[in-house]
Design a protein around this ligand. Structure first.
Ligand code: SAM
Length: 352
């Protein structure tokens, strides 16, 4: 339709589609800037730096660095000012807080995992959609018969994954553990508790609780060595396979980003095991990114569900779908709470 017919500008200039087509250029610019350490160099210098100084510090070509810095400026991750005709660069506040390695709420490790693992898997998204299954075999040459054997295909990959899991709870862990009042539950078991980041949020929000992190043996070893300090006496560990081994008795079981890894059948199998182990009057807290009932969003969660297809055996679900899984395992009085951030909470009870 021509503009002479009064067509809206959107029909003649596909702005959104062009943005979508090129969206990965933005991701890769952020990945590369972090990998080269641009934001760390600027933080460490404590003063604005020229492109030449940055290029020397990160060991990259001047021309390439200049273009990267210009793009980061356009993305509002860097700001510039002129000094005697020379352009000097500084981190914006968001870049300093979230993109530098040393920040307590750093997303650096998540960005590394996105760059080195998730991005490679997404190369096979078309195959994942066609075949309806994850793409470890094509992306990394490993069988995905056992999902976590594929995810943890080397110790290095496992530690990287643990860092990925860890970082988000420094940012929004408090929101999910306080979505419901969990103070009546004194003995908590975090199944698939990984690096212990959510366990720490629980002990800090609820001074009377203790938390056992239950996870696969090699994850527990790394968590104990590198993530949870011995001084944290209210956090303990239990090694095991939650599909096979005895589950410790508790008042509350946390399943954070666990059910989204698995099919409905496996979720119900796990929830039934938890229901059996749970004390009467106890509960299970699911921490997941919830889809809206009609599937209309949020977009981030719709994209996460595609990521689950590419990387796991599961999917993202609505609160009603989680409630159905909980009910199938015997849990009652099921409630959900949207936190307004990425992850939400669903609580199901075991009757007294
Ligand atoms: N709950 C953590 C969080 O939200 O940050 C980690 C979620 S991660 C997606 C899944 C966790 O489940 C990993 O720590 C993994 O090692 C653990 N896991 C997977 N299969 C398991 C099994 N069969 N038994 C025990 N833990 C398992």
């Amino acid at each position: 339709m021509g503009s002479s017919e009064g067509a809206p500008a959107a029909d003649t200039y596909p702005r959104k589609i062009l943005e979508y087509m090129e969206g990965f250029l933005i991701s890769k610019t952020v990945f590369t800037s972090c990998e080269l350490g641009v934001f760390d160099v600027l933080l460490g210098a404590g003063r604005p730096l020229s492109a030449e100084e940055i290029s020397r510090a990160v060991g990259a070509s001047l021309d390439g660095t200049e273009r990267l810095l210009a793009a980061c400026t356009g993305l509002q991750l860097l700001s510039t000012h002129q000094d005697n005709g020379q352009v000097l660069y500084s981190n914006t506040e968001q870049a300093s807080v979230y993109l530098t390695r040393s920040s307590p709420v750093s997303l650096y490790q998540s960005i590394q995992y996105s760059s080195r693992t998730i991005y490679l898997c997404w190369h096979y998204l078309t195959d994942a959609v066609r075949e309806g299954k994850n793409q470890y075999e094509k992306a990394f040459g490993v069988s995905s018969q056992d999902l976590f054997q594929a995810l943890y295909r080397s110790d290095e990959e496992m530690v990287k994954f643990m860092h990925l899991m860890n970082s988000i709870w420094n940012i929004c862990g408090k929101d999910v553990v306080t979505a419901f009042d969990l103070s009546p539950f004194k003995v908590i078991c975090d199944l698939g508790g990984c690096s212990g980041a959510l366990a720490k949020q629980c002990t800090s929000a609820y001074p009377e609780c203790t938390v056992t992190i239950f996870d696969l043996p090699k994850v527990v070893h790394v968590s104990r060595e590198h993530f949870v300090s011995e001084a944290d006496q209210r956090i303990s560990f239990h090694e095991g396979d939650f599909f096979k081994d005895h589950l410790p008795e508790a008042d509350l079981y946390i399943l954070a980003r666990i059910l989204h890894d698995w099919t409905d059948e496996r979720c119900i199998e796990l929830l039934r095991r938890i229901y059996k182990a749970c004390k009467p009057g106890g509960a299970v807290l699911l921490v997941e990114a919830l889809l809206r009932e009609d599937g209309s969003g949020p977009l981030t969660v719709q994209l996460y569900s595609l990521n689950m297809l590419v990387q796991t055996e599961g999917r993202e679900r609505t609160d009603v779908q989680y409630a159905a899984l909980l009910a199938a395992a015997g849990f009652t009085n099921i409630q959900h709470c949207l936190t307004g951030k990425t992850y939400d909470a669903v609580l199901g009870h075991k009757e007294t």
